[in-house]
Design a protein around this ligand. Structure first.
Ligand code: DX5
Ligand code: ZN
Length: 227
């Protein structure tokens, strides 16, 4: 695992009336986490590809597009066309996962697969060698500000072990309920990309909060403590 943990603020928690200002506040982040929800896969509806295009016009931070939609196989291209740097699709929603992952890579972006909290890591055996990222949900997708599901820690460790067995090292991203209080244990379990929505945009100084999360996470990674 790299010793520098990467921080991906979720703009789901940004102020949409002041999006450019909030993007400026997270200019020091490693990724912009862009939560796409279609009102079907989750009980919420967020942004489409035109908003991603707008984000790309004002920020140089790579965009990590998390597709919480019922038809990611079809919709991934919309976000690739708009400049997505990473596209992650839910295992639960993709009918042709292998083909979609290959397509995302062919189009020059990084491809990732996402698991909901109740979906077992073992289901990734068939694709683990074909992904650039695995995103483990630590809340049920739909809304920011939910509580971290502690069983995720065991899933992160299981995923790390699977990657070692296969001799691969995709990024391991964890999403939901992460703040300065628990970032160290999430990293110690084996995560190297941390999504944080309310923890960053709810902070008085979002830019400083990104640094705090990265420092706490990186210290845990350097200690190489497995929770
Ligand atoms: C949940 C989203 C998350 C969420 C994280 O469906 O995928 O990215 O915005 O928000 P916090 O960090 O507030 O739990
Ligand atoms: Zn997300």
């Amino acid at each position: 695992m790299s010793c520098t943990v990467k921080i991906a603020p979720s703009i789901l928690s940004a102020d949409m009336a002041h999006l450019a200002r909030d993007l400026d506040r997270i200019a020091g982040a490693d990724y912009i986490h862009f939560d796409v929800m279609d009102g079907h896969f989750t009980g919420n509806l967020t942004f489409g590809a035109d908003i991603l295009r707008a984000v790309k016009r004002v920020s140089d931070v790579p965009c990590d597009v998390h597709m919480m939609v019922t038809d990611p196989d079809h919709m991934a291209d919309w976000f690739l066309d708009a400049g997505a740097d990473i596209v992650t699709v839910h295992w639960e929603a993709s009918t042709h996962l292998n083909r979609t992952l290959a397509h995302i890579r062919e189009r020059g972006a990084e491809a990732g697969v996402v698991l909901n909290p109740a979906t077992p890591v073992s289901l990734l055996e068939a694709v683990i060698e074909d992904v650039d990222m695995v995103l483990l949900m630590s809340v049920n997708p739909g809304f920011g500000g939910q509580r971290f599901i502690s069983g995720t820690l065991a899933k992160i460790r299981e995923l790390r072990a699977m990657c070692t067995r296969h001799g691969v090292s995709p990024k391991i991203e964890v999403d939901g309920g992460i703040s300065r209080k628990n970032v160290a244990e999430v990293v110690s379990a084996g995560a190297d990309v941390i999504v944080a929505g309310s923890a960053v945009f709810g902070a008085e100084d979002p830019a400083a909060e990104v640094e705090v999360l990265r420092e706490l996470g990186s210290a845990a990674a350097r200690g190489d403590v497995r929770a």
